[in-house]
Design a binder for this molecule. Structure first.
Ligand code: ATP
Ligand code: MG
Length: 427
């Protein structure tokens, strides 16, 4: 019988790769803490209606990418394809609007039935932020600045920030009509998907990857020509404040986002190093969503970073270090092995990194493994050490070695820490 394999569009994150995930999570957590964003953890599945209403039925995500099923109670359930709808549902359900402006972040798995390729999976992961309760352009800039801070702190370069305004729903409606009249004479020349979108969701045609369609949309009217004075003022303020912060951007009047709920500011951060799946971060303002999901009229802005794509970039930048212990503990003989187990445990409780050899094999074999482990020092317990409650401490680099009482070793962990940090740097 063949071994069972993982499902298409999913991946195992093996230990070497998990290193990068932890790095991203640590940097993001730190930067989000400093901006006083609080973590929120909504469930991974929700009522299907939440996404239909929140994201929009005509979007690709809802119309063809959702993992939807009936549970045993005959409810229609969907694995979340994105994080915002669930966060907003929770915001409404727990009356978080009574707490003033809420700054929230989340992280975790998302599910979309897409064609798998590098940086595009069916189970993928995002970290996202939602700043709910402010219509101020500074809110847009704050979230963008947090995203660029995270990406820059991780060491990413050659990033581009594309910026657009998609206006308010009325402006978008007028733009939609203008776009349809412009595109209709070309209808037969558009790619199949775009022909279908022409009346259902024409703005998404601007996102087409088809060459001929792109040629046609190049001269299409832009949303920016359809903004009223308030939307325009908001967009200009966002640009000014970004410039104040020294954040470079380019205006891309054809940037549209895949989800229906966006209003005003829309943005994407792309990397030239990612090939076809260039976008690492996407976001924007969504002033209508809270009300649309049954809450009080509340403006909001947020983004999501695609973890897999970010990690592909990080892997190009730096190799993951192999983990190595401070001490590798070698022991042989019943009493020595028992004492070694206890010593390892106590050292760990004093914040030392300790790997215990479990083989019971000859000392020479255990020493070889100690070498390969990359440990800074080796602790050796044999019959003689067990008898006297001592241990041999051997520094791997200098091969210096001495025998000391186990109790003394445990009382000098601070000195040992300093000495190890001096040799290899703090871990
Ligand atoms: P794309 O145009 O690449 O499909 P999107 O507009 O559908 O992206 P969003 O819904 O804005 O993506 O999600 C934000 C980010 O999440 C994306 O910029 C990307 O980095 C990541 N992402 C989206 N879908 C996937 C996926 N199927 N696999 C991996 N990452 C994804
Ligand atoms: Mg998509």
């Amino acid at each position: 019988m063949g071994a069972i394999q993982l499902i298409r569009g999913t991946r195992d994150i093996l230990p070497e790769e998990a290193y990068y995930w932890q790095q991203v999570e640590a940097v993001a957590r730190q930067i989000l803490n400093r901006a006083v964003y609080q973590e929120i953890r909504p469930p991974i599945f929700e009522q299907t209606a939440l996404f239909e209403r929140g994201i929009g039925e005509a979007t690709d995500v809802v119309s063809k990418e959702m993992y939807t099923f009936r549970d045993l109670g005959d409810r229609s359930i969907t694995l979340r394809p994105e994080g915002t709808a669930g966060v907003v549902r929770a915001f409404i359900e727990h009356n978080l609007h009574t707490q003033g402006v809420k700054r929230l972040w989340y992280g975790g798995s998302m599910f979309r039935y897409e064609r798998p390729q590098a940086g595009r999976q069916r189970q993928f992961h995002q970290i996202g932020v939602e700043l709910i309760g402010s219509a101020d352009p500074r809110a847009d800039v704050e979230v963008i600045a947090i995203a660029t801070d995270i990406l820059q702190t991780l060491g990413l370069k050659s990033l581009r920030l594309d910026l657009n305004s998609v206006g308010n729903p009325e402006e978008r409606q007028r733009y939609r009509e203008a776009l349809v009249s412009y595109l209709t004479p070309y209808a037969q020349e558009l790619d199949q998907d775009s022909q279908e979108r022409l009346h259902r969701n024409p703005i998404r045609i601007l996102d087409s990857k088809d060459k001929r369609t792109q040629e046609i949309t190049q001269n299409a009217p832009t949303i920016l020509d359809h903004l009223g004075s308030e939307s325009q003022a908001h967009f200009e303020k966002v640009q000014q404040r970004l410039t104040d912060l020294g954040i470079d951007y380019q205006i891309n009047p054809y940037l549209v986002r895949g989800l229906d709920y966006y209003t005003h500011t829309a943005f994407e951060i792309q990397s030239d190093d990612l090939g076809a799946q260039a976008t690492v971060c996407g976001g924007g303002r969504y002033d209508g969503l809270v009300a649309q999901l049954g809450g009080p009229d509340t403006p909001a802005v947020g983004w999501a970073i695609g973890m897999e794509r970010l990690i592909l970039l990080l892997q190009k930048l730096q190799a993951a270090p192999t983990p190595s212990p401070d001490f590798y503990v070698v022991s042989r003989g019943d009493r020595a092995e028992a004492q070694a187990l206890l010593l390892a445990q106590k050292l760990r409780q004093s914040e030392m990194k300790v790997e215990l050899d479990l083989s019971g094999s000859a000392f020479t074999k255990q020493f070889k493994r100690a070498d390969r482990s990359g440990a800074v020092a080796c602790l050796v317990l044999g019959d003689a050490e067990a008898e006297n409650h001592t241990v041999q401490l051997k520094w791997m680099a200098s091969q210096q070695q001495r025998t000391i009482p186990q109790a003394e070793l445990l009382s000098m962990t601070e000195e040992l820490r300093d000495q190890i940090d001096l040799l290899v740097g703090p871990s």
